[in-house]
Design a protein around this ligand. Structure first.
Ligand code: MG
Length: 217
C-alpha cells in the first residue's frame, strides 16, 4: 500500500521533528519549502547539504527531494564539529562510539533516513567537505551549508560548494545571526559574502535560516 502524497509528506515532516538535532520546527519547514522550490525549478536535480549530524535536516530536505524526484546528497564526516566535542556546549555523550571514544553520528543518521524509507532520495556522503567539493562536478539545484561553524570550516564550505550552485539554484545557510550575542560569526560572514559577491540575492529568512538564489548567468 502506498500512502497518498499528502499523508507521506506528513509522515516525513513529523519524523523530521522527532529526529534529534538543532533546527527549530519553523526553520525546518522553511528548509523543506526551499527544497520544494529548488526541486520545482530543477526537477530531478541534485541537492547537497553539508553537516548532517543525526539527519534532521536530511529528512526535511529528503521530503522535498522525494516530492520533486530530486536526490539529496548529505555530506558529513559524522565525527561532530568542534562545538560538539567533549566539554563543549553541544556535546551529546550517547553519540560517542565505544570503539574509539570518538563521536559517531552516522548510525543515527542512517536510522533517521531508513526509518522512513528515504534511501532512494537521500544519499549519504561520509568524508571531508574539501575532499568531496574539490572533485564534485554536478550542478546543484540547492546547497545547504550547516557544517562546522568555526571560521575555517565555514569558509571552506562556502568556497568549495557555492561555485557548484546552478544559476537560479538556491543557497541556504543555517545559524546566521546578525547580532553577535545570538551566535557565532562565520555563518553570518559567509552569508554576507554571498550577498556582497553580487551572485546571490536573498529570497527568504526564517529564524537563523537564510535562503538565497543564485542570479541567472
Ligand atoms: Mg545548524
Amino acid at each position: 500500500m502506498t500512502l497518498h502524497h499528502d499523508d507521506r509528506i506528513r509522515v516525513l515532516l513529523e519524523h523530521a521533528v522527532s529526529v534529534r538535532g538543532f533546527m527549530p520546527d519553523d526553520e525546518g519547514i522553511a528548509l523543506y519549502e526551499a527544497g520544494l522550490e529548488a526541486g520545482t525549478r530543477f526537477p530531478g536535480g541534485a541537492f547537497l547539504e553539508i553537516g548532517a549530524w543525526c539527519g534532521k535536516s536530511s529528512v526535511y530536505l529528503g521530503a522535498a527531494a522525494e516530492s520533486t524526484h530530486s536526490v539529496l546528497f548529505s555530506l558529513d564526516h559524522h565525527r561532530g564539529s568542534e562545538e560538539n566535542q567533549v566539554g563543549w556546549e553541544h556535546h551529546d555523550e550517547d553519540l560517542v562510539d565505544a570503539h574509539d571514544g570518538r563521536l559517531n553520528t552516522l548510525p543515527h543518521w542512517q536510522r533517521s533516513i531508513g526509518d522512513v524509507d528515504l534511501e532512494m532520495s537521500v544519499v549519504g556522503l561520509v568524508g571531508d567537505s574539501r575532499v568531496v567539493s574539490s572533485l564534485w562536478t554536478t550542478p546543484l539545484s540547492l546547497c545547504f551549508i550547516d557544517g562546522g561553524h568555526g571560521e575555517e570550516p565555514a569558509w571552506n564550505d562556502f568556497n568549495g560548494w557555492t561555485p557548484h550552485i546552478a544559476p537560479r539554484g538556491l543557497l541556504a545557510i543555517h545559524d546566521v545571526f546578525e547580532n553577535p550575542d545570538d551566535g557565532g560569526r562565520p555563518p553570518y560572514e559567509i552569508y554576507c559574502a554571498a550577498l556582497e559577491s553580487g551572485k546571490f540575492a536573498e529570497i527568504g529568512a526564517t529564524g537563523s535560516l537564510r535562503v538565497l538564489e543564485r542570479r541567472a548567468a
